[in-house]
Write a protein that binds this ligand. Structure first.
Ligand code: GLN
Length: 493
C-alpha cells in the first residue's frame, strides 16, 4: 500500500527503485506500516525484526547509490515461511519442539534471494511442520483470513498467503507437499506456484515428505510469482534432486504467445467430485469461458486414479514424515525436556514438543512402514502413485494444461473441519500434482457468489512446463473480474 492507497507489486517496486522514485528504506517502511496497521487482526508473522529489515534496506540503498546493485530486485522485501532456513533467524516450523532454534545457515532459496538483493521480511506462520490445510495446527498463533477474519487462511502456508493478500509484503515463499501453496493462495486471493519436482532446491527446507516437498512463490500477480520462481529455481549442488532450468519464465510473460491453439483440459473426475461447492463451480466455468473466448480449445480428459490421490498421499507423506521427523530428538535441534536418561529425553521432548496432528502422522507413517504392513500399505501406495503419474502422462498427450478448482470450497470458518478426514478433503485437487511431480499454479479467478470470498483456479502443467502454465495464468488474470483482489481489513482497503 503506498501513500495513495495502491498496492505495490514486485515488478512495480523494481521500476520505482530503478528510477530512484523510492528508496528501499521507504519501500520497506510502507510495508512495515501496513503490518503495524493490520497484524493485530491477521497475525501472519511468527517473527519480524523491523530493525533488521531496515538495516538490510539501508544496505541495499547504499549499493544502489554506489551503482553496485545486485539486480533489478535489490531492496524489495519478501517474507519466508518458517520452515525455510535463514541464517541467524528463528526456524520453528510453528512447532514447540523447535522453540528457540536459530538457523546456522541459509537455505539455497534464501541464499539466491539475498544474492538478488531481496530483503528478508519476517517468518510467516504455518501449520506445524507443514501438516494441515488451515494454519490451525500452528503451536503459536492463529492466522486469520484477511477477507474475513472469522475464517481460516488455508494451509499450511497460511501466514505467507495472508501476508501477501493483506499487502503486508509484496511476495512470500511457501512450501507445498500436497497443496500448501496453492490452497491457501486460493483461500486468500493471491497467486501461488508449486514448481515441478526438482526445479527448486530444497536444501534448507525442513523436510516433511521429501519425494513431494517443493518450495515456491506466493505473490499478488502471476508476473511477480514468475520473477521469484526465476530467482530461486535451477540446479543446486547441495540438493541432488535439483535440476537445471532453462530461460526465464518472466521473459515470456512480457510477450505472451496467446492462447490460440492451446488445448486446456477439464478432467471428468474433477467435476464429479461430490464436495464441490456450487459457487466454486461457477467461478470455474466462468474461467473456462474466458479462456475459450481467448482462443483456447477446451478438451475433456480422464484422470481415473485421481479419486485415490488423498488416500495415496496420506500413506506416502506420513511414511516419509515419520522418518524425516525422527531427527527431532531433543539432542540435535531446539528444545530438550529435562529427563533422567536418553530414552526418557526422547519421550519427554517428542511427547511435549509435537502437536496432535504431527503425532497422528508419525504414528500412521510408522505403521504403514512396519513389517507386516509395508506391502499392504506403503508398497501399494507406491504402485498407485505410478498409476496416478501415468494418468497425467497420458492426459498431457492430449492437452497443454489441465484446469480445475484449487479447492472444492472457499475459506471455511475456524473449527469447522475439526475432523481430520474432512480437513484432508480440502486438498482433493492439489495433491495429485505432488504425487506426479508436475507443476501447478493457483490464480485468483473470481469471487464466490455466496460469501464474497476469493476463489482460486488451478492450472496444472507437464513436468517443467512452468512457463506454459504461468502464461495461461497471466491470460486468465488479465480477463477475470475483479481485476484486483484486495481484501478490506477492518473496513480499510
Ligand atoms: N494439507 C496437506 C497436508 O496436511 C498438504 C500439506 C502441504 O502441502 N505441506 O499434508
Amino acid at each position: 500500500m503506498n501513500e495513495s492507497g495502491h498496492c505495490i507489486s514486485v515488478a512495480q517496486a523494481s521500476s520505482m527503485l530503478e528510477s530512484g522514485k523510492i528508496s528501499s528504506r521507504e519501500l520497506c517502511g510502507i510495508f512495515l506500516k501496513r503490518v503495524e496497521e493490520t497484524e493485530s487482526e491477521i497475525s501472519s508473522f511468527l517473527h519480524l525484526d523491523k530493525d533488521a529489515v531496515l538495516k538490510e534496506a539501508d544496505a541495499s540503498d547504499a549499493r544502489r547509490a554506489a551503482a553496485r546493485q545486485l539486480g533489478q530486485f535489490d531492496g524489495i522485501p519478501i517474507a519466508i515461511k518458517d520452515n525455510i532456513a535463514a541464517k541467524g533467524q528463528p526456524c520453528t516450523c510453528a512447532s514447540k519442539i523447535l522453540e528457540g532454534y536459530i538457523s546456522p545457515y541459509d537455505a539455497t532459496v534464501v541464499d539466491r534471494l539475498k544474492s538478488a538483493g531481496f530483503v528478508l521480511f519476517g517468518r510467516t506462520n504455518m501449520d506445524e511442520f507443514a501438516m494441515g490445510s488451515s494454519c490451525e495446527n500452528s503451536a503459536y498463533a492463529i492466522t486469520r483470513n484477511p477477507w474475513d477474519t472469522s475464517r481460516v487462511t488455508g494451509g499450511s502456508s497460511g501466514g505467507s498467503a495472508a501476508s501477501v493478500a493483506a499487502r503486508q509484503v509484496p511476495a512470500a515463499l511457501g512450501s507445498d507437499t500436497g497443496g500448501s501453496i496453492r490452497q491457501p493462495a486460493s483461500f486468500c486471493g493471491c497467486v501461488g506456484l508449486k514448481p515441478s519436482y526438482g526445479t527448486v532446491s530444497r536444501y534448507g527446507l525442513v523436510a516433511f515428505a521429501s519425494s513431494l516437498d517443493q518450495i515456491g512463490p506466493m505473490a499478488n500477480t502471476v508476473l511477480d510469482a514468475a520473477h521469484i520462481f526465476d530467482t530461486i529455481s535451477g540446479r543446486d549442488p547441495m540438493d541432488a534432486s535439483s535440476l537445471e532450468t532453462s530461460g526465464k519464465t518472466s521473459a515470456s510473460l512480457a510477450n505472451p504467445a496467446g492462447l490460440k491453439g492451446k488445448k486446456i483440459a477439464v478432467a471428468t473426475e474433477h467435476m464429479e467430485s461430490p464436495g464441490l461447492d456450487d459457487g466454486v463451480k461457477k467461478v470455474f466455468s466462468d474461467s473456462l469461458s474466458l479462456l475459450r473466448s481467448a482462443g483456447a480449445e477446451i478438451v475433456e480428459i480422464s484422470l481415473p486414479n485421481s479419486k485415490y490421490a488423498i488416500a495415496d498421499y496420506y500413506v506416502i507423506a506420513t511414511a516419509e514424515a515419520s522418518a524425516n521427523l525422527a531427527r527431532f530428538d531433543g539432542v540435535r535441534y531446539g528444545k530438550r525436556e529435562p529427563a533422567k536418561d536418553l530414552i526418557e529425553t526422547y519421550f519427554q521432548t517428542r511427547g511435549h514438543g509435537f502437536g496432535p496432528e504431527v503425532k497422528r502422522r508419525i504414528l500412521l507413517g510408522t505403521f504403514v512402514l512396519s513389517s507386516g504392513y509395508y506391502d499392504a500399505y506403503y508398497l501399494k501406495a507406491q504402485k498407485l502413485r505410478t498409476l496416478i503419474r501415468n494418468d497425467f502422462l497420458e492426459a498431457f498427450g492430449k492437452c497443454d494444461a489441465i484446469l480445475s478448482p484449487a479447492s472444492p470450497f472457499p475459506a471455511f470458518k475456524f473449527g469447522e473441519k475439526s475432523d481430520p478426514l474432512q480437513m484432508y478433503l480440502a486438498d482433493i485437487y492439489t495433491i495429485s500434482a505432488n504425487l506426479a511431480g508436475i507443476c501447478a499454479l493457483s490464480v485468483p479467478a473470481g469471487l464466490h457468489a455466496g460469501t464474497g470470498l476469493p476463489v482460486g483456479i488451478q492450472i496444472s502443467g507437464k513436468h517443467m512446463a512452468e512457463k506454459e502454465i504461468l502464461e495461461i495464468g497471466a491470460a486468465l488474470e488479465a480477463m477475470r473480474t475483479p481485476k484486483v483482489f484486495l481484501p478490506e481489513i477492518g473496513g480499510r482497503k
